[in-house]
Write a protein that binds this ligand. Sequence first.
Ligand code: CO
Length: 134
Amino acid sequence: MIGRLNHVAIAVPDLQAATAMYRDTLGASVSDEQALPEHGVTVVFVELPNTKVELLHPLGEASPIAKFLENSPAGGMHHICYEVSDIIAARDQLMESGARVLGDGEPKIGAHGNPVLFLHPKDFTGTLVELEQV
Ligand code: CO
């Protein structure tokens, strides 16, 4: 069902510092900051030869990242995103197998303009999983 690793998302308390660390210490190519108010985050994309890392910082009061950073003030891995070719078929197959889909179960448009869904971390070895239709 799942295909390529699309990205790993890391929640960070200081977006400028995290961006500088990836750019200057690790020598990676990084994007400008991008505000995504509908997702409650500001994002910087770190472009790697085979995948991306997304640095997530809370935006607004109801940010889903705020609570994560309260529990992990230094930041940490927030989710991992796998590509699927048909997100509805993937969702239906997963729900049939007993996995929990977060929210109302309907795909939303993610940071890259593609439909995405999130799966409950307790069903996936403690990792929040994002599926992105590519
Ligand atoms: Co993501």
